[in-house]
Write a protein that binds this ligand. Structure first.
Ligand code: NAP
Length: 502
């Protein structure tokens, strides 16, 4: 289904940056190839570098060659696409230099007609957000509330206070319906499918509560370290970088009440309800329910890797956590007594994002001990990456003369669909920005509730240096305390078996 989109100008601040090269350029080009771009559109890149239009197109083409799911652009398509692409140098710190950009936008608006919408994508460091918003206001580029949108990337603040400041600043010049806060996790195909799975099937809703579900795990592990982001990461850590946004969003999708419609605000209201129901942390509950870790050197896939404190741009005595595991309790009728365990870490044994929903055991065991040696409670496992699948683990009889039970997986996966046909998260999200659909974007209150919830943990960890750091080996599954956290309730962290290539 192709969309009916108004003529669109997309201005990318940070046009020469990594995000544009890896994600935005390839996503916009793929949307163009698949016919989703409106007939009249213009992409304007801007940054300080003094590039010509042709240089900028070469920069985008390189990004597409290296990072697009469809690979290198074909000459005939590329020539047509680049008719819509241009570059204007400007320094955000020097508002005067933005006048050329302003004139260009106004000229194209005139040419495209009164319905033209302008999207400002801030692919720059957060310290520039305020100056850009002020300049857009000053030059009258943000005045049309119905045809102007602004897109910002996480991190949405460094803590509750700075997030509130950022939101206040944006509020001065933009209405909430114009602001698109991207958490690219929400654009992932498998994440969107959780909504379809929960709310388009009558099968699961009766089971989706404390009567049938024993506990939930959300695990996002990475085998990579901080790579060249040491400077940023050392001031952030796993809680800010992953849990405050991606993992809490996943928790919301699992825990939210069914919305009455697929309306953006209705869905975001239900997510906020879920966040508000999470039990607040105290110093005492942080000690009991939150575990932090930092990796030491080790081996990943046969390669020796350094410990976190020896990484580039990292303080050699850093107290920053590269791993966090937290037990959340949700105080409402649906989830009372069902723990939600969230964990994330770098330099872990496997890169994977999975949600495991473990159902309660059968109330009475009728099979004999020898039949049930591999007995396992039912589980629903939603794998977001690398494999995109949903598995329902059930018990079944092993074929043969004896009654022996075995767990088997009923699997829905995306293997049937060619990998290249699955849109990247940024394609989905950029299309949504163009069509004005905010469902998959973070609303101001979601961002602030998430910060509010985590502030006691952040404060506790920052005020108290961990004497056990570094406390897990690269290539392991994280610190022992995290195993103990979940084992206290009789559970263990679940991971999908690694598939080895033949
Ligand atoms: P980056 O590679 O460092 O790019 C920064 C961009 O800002 C460059 O185009 C740079 O171009 C421009 N810039 C810097 N100072 C400027 C100034 N005074 N005036 C105008 N332009 C200026 O950063 P990035 O990785 O693309 O990240 C951009 C934002 O997206 C960050 O907030 C980051 O946290 C977020 N993000 C990035 C990724 C990713 O995959 N890279 C993923 C998620 C979120 P010039 O030097 O030419 O001016």
């Amino acid at each position: 289904m192709k969309e009916n989109i108004n003529p669109t100008i997309i201005v990318i601040f940070g046009g020469t940056g990594d995000l544009n090269s890896r994600k935005l350029g390839p996503a916009l080009y793929n949307l163009y190839l698949e016919g989703f771009m409106p007939e009249k559109f213009e992409l304007i890149g801007t940054a300080r570098s003094n590039l010509t239009d042709a240089n900028y197109c070469d920069f985008l083409e390189d990004g597409i060659k290296n990072f697009s799911r469809k690979g290198k652009a074909l000459k005939k398509d590329w020539q047509k696409f680049t008719k819509h692409v241009s570059y204007t140098p400007a320094d955000i710190k020097d508002p005067e230099s933005l006048i050329t950009l302003k004139n260009k936008i106004e000229k194209i608006q005139e040419e495209f007609g009164p319905d033209t919408q302008v999207i400002y994508y801030l692919a720059v460091a957060p310290k520039f957000f305020s100056a850009i918003a002020d300049s857009l206001h000053k030059y009258g580029l943000a005045g049309d509330k119905d045809h102007t949108r602004i897109v910002i990337e996480k991190p949405f603040g460094h803590d509750l206070e700075s997030a509130q400041e950022l939101n206040q600043m944006l509020k001065q010049h933009f209405r909430e319906r114009q602001i698109y806060r991207i958490d690219h996790y929400l654009g992932k195909e498998a994440v969107q499918n959780i909504m379809a799975f929960r709310f388009a099937n009558s099968l699961f809703e009766p089971l989706w509560n404390r009567n049938y579900i024993e506990h939930v795990q959300i695990s996002v592990s990475e085998s990579i370290g901080v790579e060249d982001r040491g400077g940023y990461y050392d001031g952030a850590g796993a809680l800010r970088d992953m849990i405050q946004n991606h993992l809490l969003q996943l928790l919301c999708i699992i825990a939210m009440e069914p919305p009455t419609s697929f309306d953006a605000n209705e869905i975001r209201d239900r997510k906020v309800d879920a966040l508000k129901s999470i039990r607040k942390f105290t110093n005492d509950s942080v000690r009991k329910n939150a575990v932090r870790g930092q990796y030491t050197d080790g081996w990943i896939n046969g390669v020796e890797v350094p410990g976190y404190r020896s990484e580039k741009d990292v303080n050699p005595e850093s107290n920053t956590e590269t791993y966090a595991a937290i037990k959340f309790n949700i105080d409402n009728w649906r989830w009372q007594g069902v723990p939600f365990y969230l964990r994330t870490g770098k330099r872990m044994q496997q890169s994977s994002s999975i949600i495991t929903i473990q159902f309660k055991d059968v109330p009475h065991q009728i099979f004999q001990n020898e039949s049930v040696e591999t007995w396992q409670q039912n589980r629903l496992i939603i794998s977001i990456q690398p494999e995109m699948s949903i598995r329902l683990q059930v018990q079944a009889k092993r074929p043969g003369l004896k009654m022996v039970l075995n767990p088997v997986d009923m699997i829905f996966d995306y293997k049937g669909a060619k990998h290249t046909d699955t849109p990247e998260a940024y394609e989905t999200l950029l299309l949504d920005v163009m069509t004005g659909d905010q469902t998959l974007f973070m609303r101001v209150d979601q961002v602030e509730y998430a910060w509010e919830l985590l502030m006691p943990i952040l404060n506790h960890w920052e005020n108290k240096t961990s004497i056990s750091f570094p406390n897990y080996t690269s290539g392991s599954w994280g610190p022992e305390e995290a195993e103990a956290l979940i084992a206290k309730n009789g559970f263990f962290w679940y991971s999908l078996p690694i598939k080895h290539k033949d």
